[in-house]
Design a protein around this ligand. Structure first.
Ligand code: NAD
Length: 361
């Protein structure tokens, strides 16, 4: 990033807000990318950045990612993100998160925050003391609570759509699925796949988590280093980013890559290489949108409904089908088709909104 405004112009950002309170030792950045579809929404990350510019760039980059995620998911929200510059283990959390809540409240609903790396549901409670513009709340505060099971459900819907494309049928029964990472999402993926009678091979660097899955679901375990090499139909990354790279590409023996991990492609060219190898890639932000679809579903409709939220998450299947249609139509890899799908929706809804505005006096 050469200049902040140059970067904002390049990617068409709306706003960037710098917030600070000397007495509280509080510094935060709120980035608002695009509000065409609705209020800019995206979590609050707390991190010790090397420099102010790194923090600003991260906030901007993540906010733009949220625009694409919501647009492609069919959600009526725009993209935004907050980063708090500071030690995520900092103990005095109430004053800083309440201060952030005040700043967010001043925006009058143009930005809605939530939990992200380095922040917790408890922090969201502090923000909620100062503003209503926060999602990712515990159920006792009217929020959706733990969203990982819905993220896992969305990943499985994406897998089913991929199977339809590759095998002509979307059943996961008997499919061999290699799951990397058995944390909040991964263990729910295993549990739900078990119910669908898939066969799983799992790996995690945390031996206790692996043991629990072997015990509960009779899955096969391999060392974390070996998970890329196993013979399987689907490789399901639910741990780290950048796992599709030059070292791993030639080792993969699957037909489909579909998981929850963010930023799975180390670089965009790895998406093209996957395509050349004949592996169907479910773009990460399409497959892993379930949690956030569920979490934000209550906004504007008066509360959480498990039934309605699950139905909306289930549509990740159709979102994947649309990605494939665009990939075939434009002869591009799926990761590119996902971006195109998001951009097309924003353009189309901007057109629709034009009519609404014309009717106003
Ligand atoms: P988590 O921290 O609960 O779980 C990650 C798991 O990966 C841990 O069990 C960890 O031990 C394991 N792991 C780390 N390095 C590993 C390695 N080298 N090999 C194998 N396992 C390894 O995180 P999570 O919430 O389950 O999220 C997983 C991924 O999905 C992350 O990339 C996250 O950003 C993304 N994601 C999560 C959600 C959600 O709802 N939690 C939503 C969207 C995207």
């Amino acid at each position: 990033m050469d200049t902040i405004l140059g970067y904002m112009e390049k990617y068409d950002f709306e706003n960037l807000l710098l917030c600070q309170d000397k007495a509280l030792d509080f510094k935060a950045i709120i980035a608002i990318h695009d509000t065409t579809l609705g209020p800019a929404t995206g979590g609050c990350r707390m991190w010790q950045y090397e420099s102010e510019m790194d923090a600003i760039e991260d906030a901007l980059r993540l906010a733009r990612g949220m625009t694409y995620k919501y647009a492609a998911a069919g959600v009526n929200l725009g993209g935004g993100k907050t980063v708090i510059m500071g030690d995520p283990k900092r103990k005095d959390r109430e004053p800083i998160f309440r201060a952030l809540g005040k700043f967010i409240n001043r925006l009058g609903g143009k930005y809605i925050t939530g939990e992200d790396v380095g922040t917790t549901l408890r922090d969201m409670e502090y923000i909620r003391m100062e503003t209503e513009y926060v999602v990712t709340l515990p159920t006792y505060l009217g929020g959706a609570g733990d969203i990982a099971p819905m993220t896992a459900f969305g990943v499985i819907r994406a897998m089913q759509a991929c199977c339809k494309r590759v095998y002509g049928a979307d059943s996961l029964k008997g499919k061999i699925i290699a799951v990397q990472g058995l944390g909040a999402v991964g263990h729910n993926v295993v549990e739900q796949l078990h119910a669908l009678e898939a066969k799983m091979i799992v790996a995690d660097i945390d031996e206790a988590k692996v043991k629990a899955m072997v015990h509960d679901y009779g899955v096969q375990q391999v060392d974390p280093d070996v998970i890329y090499d196993v013979e399987c139909e689907i490789f399901c990354p639910c741990a780290l980013g950048a796992i599709i790279n030059h070292d791993t590409l030639d080792r993969l023996k699957c037909k489909i890559v579909c998981g929850s991990a963010n930023n799975q492609l180390k670089a965009e060219r790895h998406g093209e290489l996957l395509e050349q190898k004949g592996i169907v890639y479910a773009p990460d932000y399409i497959a892993n949108a379930g949690g956030t679809i569920y979490d934000t579903d209550r906004l504007g409709v008066g509360g959480v409904s498990h039934e309605r939220g699950k139905e909306k998450v289930s549509r990740i299947y159709q979102n994947m089908e649309r990605v494939f249609e665009i990939a075939d139509r434009d002869k591009i890899p799926t990761y590119m088709a996902a971006d195109r799908m998001a951009e097309e929706r924003i353009r189309q809804i901007a057109e629709v909104k034009k009519y609404r505005d014309e009717l106003r006096p």
